[in-house]
Write a protein that binds this ligand. Structure first.
Ligand code: GLU
Length: 432
């Protein structure tokens, strides 16, 4: 457990091992929790306990601190045999990529570990079996900040393969931080996917009483099983309670809060549907019905694309090298999509060099427009294009896809201006 020599000795003497329930009296306070492995950021004399609330705390152990074992670690649960398929229920394949939702509190140690086997998941959330036969495809176990373009490509291929092998829907467990990027990547790569592909995550880990993992998973399963909607979606809590869940279009969704259960919001488009706590689904707009067509994954991506946020005082010389080396830049401009006058010659240089420069807005809400002010017109003359109300991260993913799937920059620009996966609307069709 790599605690300091003296602390390791103390733990050994009292028979404490990882997962033991301890009572610790230190510096006048008493703490009760499960012993966790030493954290590499903490000093060797800091003992890590997982409290019953799910939080880990570090307690400095002094010469006069008292540590007692209250209970040994809980036994390792037995693995169940694979579950029988029930007739008449749709078959959902669950692909785990990691993140908070794809983990389970280990009863013995309190540590959060991946739980990708069917039996583990069903043990944790047995309700998901009521609406579907679930089978799991272990895939990755990552925090989503570590997802990269290859992971998106492999995920799109795995999803298409499962659909072509008979899955009625694919549910993807994903970390919430970059779920929007992956949802956008799958939306472009899978195009008119013939079945529901639903990403789902959790803001609070399953070992915390306030976890949203089970309720999100149940809502996502119900939508896969009963929604009858083909496409790439994100299903997450709509409110702080367990009473409403939103189904977001994969290209229109963003995590808008670091910790709230209702962190995910559709931007510039309403969620396509909501589910209540009973699983009743209410669509807000027309859906695409599932078909028996084959799924096709077009996974080519141009890697040399950058996402650049403009800020007042931005020094173009710092970005010249990188913009000139890139095949595409998505600029997240101010307001309608503006950058400073100083940046415009660099946009022109990059465009003259054959690069595609796409403009989105830091406002997130509303349309970009480069026709209103002189700054915008100068950006247009320099060669930039603006992409209506598309989210910056969606534009970034789409630009990679568009450049890789067109013969030249002009064709890529046309693709950027053409809605392919409901990623942009216009003033007349905007529904929020
Ligand atoms: N940062 C991690 C991730 O996005 C954990 C947070 C989460 O899953 O919500 O995967």
């Amino acid at each position: 457990m790599t605690y300091s020599v003296s602390l390791s000795k103390l733990l050994e003497n009292i028979g404490a091992t990882e997962g033991s329930k301890l009572s610790v009296d230190s510096n006048g306070k008493t703490y009760i929790g499960r012993l966790m492995p030493h954290h590499s950021f903490s000093g060797g004399d800091i003992l890590i306990l997982k409290l019953s609330s799910g939080y880990n705390i570090g307690i400095r152990i002094y010469a006069d601190s008292e540590v007692k074992v209250l209970e040994p670690p809980a036994p390792v649960p037995k693995k169940e045999a694979p579950l029988e398929k029930k007739k008449g229920l749709p078959n959902i394949v669950l692909i785990g990529t990691g993140g908070t939702i794809a983990s389970n509190a280990d009863n013995r140690t309190g540590a959060v570990r991946p739980a990708l086997s069917v039996s583990d998941l069903i043990e944790a959330v047995p309700e998901i079996r009521e609406s579907a036969n679930i089978s799991a495809r272990p895939f990755l176990s990552l925090f989503s900040e570590n997802m990269n373009v290859e992971h998106w490509q492999e995920l799109a291929e795995a999803t298409a393969e499962e659909i072509n092998n008979g899955a009625d829907a694919v549910m993807i467990l994903h970390g919430t931080d970059t779920m929007g990027y992956t949802a956008a990547a799958l939306s472009f790569m899978l195009g008119d996917v013939p079945k529901p592909v639903v990403l789902v995550g959790a803001q609070r880990s399953p070992d915390r009483p306030s976890s949203d993992a089970p309720s999100n998973l149940i809502a996502a399963t119900r939508f896969c099983a009963k929604g009858g909607a083909a496409g790439v979606f994100v299903v997450m809590h709509d409110t702080l309670e367990d009473d409403s869940f939103a189904v977001h279009i994969g290209t229109r969704v963003r995590k808008m809060h670091t910790s709230r259960r209702d962190a995910f919001k559709s931007i510039n488009a309403a969620p396509i549907a909501f589910l209540d706590e009973e699983g009743k689904i209410k669509f807000t707009k027309k859906k695409r019905d599932p078909t028996t067509e084959k799924a096709v994954a077009k996974t080519k991506m141009e890697r040399s694309v950058i996402l650049l946020q403009f800020y007042p005082g931005m020094d173009p010389s710092l970005f010249e090298g990188i913009m000139m080396r890139s095949k595409g830049t998505v600029i997240v401009g101010t307001g309608l999509g503006h950058v400073s006058e100083e940046m415009i010659p660099l946009i022109k240089k990059a465009c003259d060099n054959g690069s595609v420069v796409v403009v989105t807005s830091q406002c997130l809400g509303g349309m970009t427009s480069l026709h209103v002010y002189n700054t915008g017109r100068d950006m247009l003359s320099a060669g930039a294009i603006s992409v209506k109300d598309m989210l910056p991260e969606t534009a970034y993913v789409k630009l990679m896809w568009a450049l890789a799937n067109s013969k030249d920059a002009e064709e890529a620009k046309k693709l950027m201006m053409t809605p392919l996966a409901e990623e942009m609307g216009d003033r007349r069709t905007a529904d929020v």
